[in-house]
Design a protein around this ligand. Structure first.
Ligand code: ATP
Ligand code: MG
Length: 262
């Protein structure tokens, strides 16, 4: 059993395997995420991180294994992206998660429109809620951004914030972020990291994937290291410093290289 800051698991992957044709992309993956835990998922290119995310969020089905979300065993035969939302799992992709030319308020309600009693979209209500999310969940204040602003006017970090705010408002229990800071400036990266701190403060769970170790280190409670489809280390933050974690990963990579050469 791994340590977690919550008293129950938000998520468990049990003996998950994934083949792409003959290629075994994930081998016997066991992962647990506490209900208010931020887990940093680290590993080289091609290690299988995004494949894990896609299995969690219903994009791919695993070849075998079990998935448990919030104490419930997922029926994989009918699992998909929509079901994942119903289980309280949300993911934020780098750019495709937001409609470019849409007004912000519309963006909060894609796939979950509020209808008025005539069956039309309740624009007033949707704008009110969007405005509430922007002020209270993501804290957009006085930056000249309103619910009517177009998405393409937002910076990369702000877009991530909108997507995270949307996920938090619609009561995602677990928010999965796969490389949310790619192509962002340092200032924008800071915004995204602050949003992840807000996920923690709101009592939710998060899986955070990034090649930037300092970022992962800052926001995570625990690190899970993936190498060529396998979990090779599981380290609680209090047991390791950033420098040590960096050295551990380097040593690990060198060890593998030495073994290959011998
Ligand atoms: N749809 C697919 N079809 C076939 N092979 C795939 C598919 N998706 C991923 N793979 C393979 O699975 C392995 C893991 O890929 P994955 O994208 O999960 O890695 P990653 O850890 O996210 O890497 P990166 O850090 O570069 O994003 C790779 O060898 C990749 O080529
Ligand atoms: Mg990836």
């Amino acid at each position: 059993m791994v340590e977690s800051s919550g008293n129950e698991f938000a998520l468990r992957m049990v003996n998950i395997e994934k083949y792409f044709g003959p290629v075994r992309a994930l081998k016997n993956i066991n992962l647990e995420v506490g209900s208010n835990e931020i887990v940093g998922l680290i590993g080289d290119n091609g290690a299988g991180k995004s494949t894990m995310v896609k299995i969690l969020t219903g994009v791919f089905l695993p070849t075998s294994g079990e998935l448990w979300v919030g104490g419930r065993k997922v029926d994989l035969s009918s699992y998909n992206v929509k079901r994942a939302h119903e289980y309280g799992l949300e993911t934020v992709y780098q750019d495709k998660s937001l409609g470019e030319k849409q007004a912000l308020w519309r963006n909060f309600f894609i796939g979950r429109q509020i209808a008025n009693r005539f069956g039309f979209i309740d624009v007033k209500k949707e704008k009110e809620i969007a405005s509430e999310i922007m002020l209270n969940t993501i804290g957009f204040r006085g930056r000249g951004i309103t619910v009517d602003s177009k998405v393409n006017k937002l910076s990369g970090g702000e877009r991530q914030g909108v997507a995270i705010g949307r996920a938090m408002h619609f009561e995602a229990e677990i928010i999965v972020l796969d490389e949310p800071t790619v192509a962002l400036s340092l200032k924008e990266v800071r915004k995204v990291l602050n949003f992840v701190h807000q996920i923690k403060a709101a009592g939710k769970a998060c899986i955070y994937i990034s090649h930037s170790l300092a970022d992962v280190y800052e926001i995570s409670d625990r690190f899970v290291v993936l190498d060529r489809g396998e979990v090779v280390a599981n380290i609680v933050k209090k047991d390791i410093g950033l420098k040590e974690l960096d050295e551990f990963l380097l040593d690990y990579a060198h060890g593998l290289k030495d073994r290959e050469e011998s």
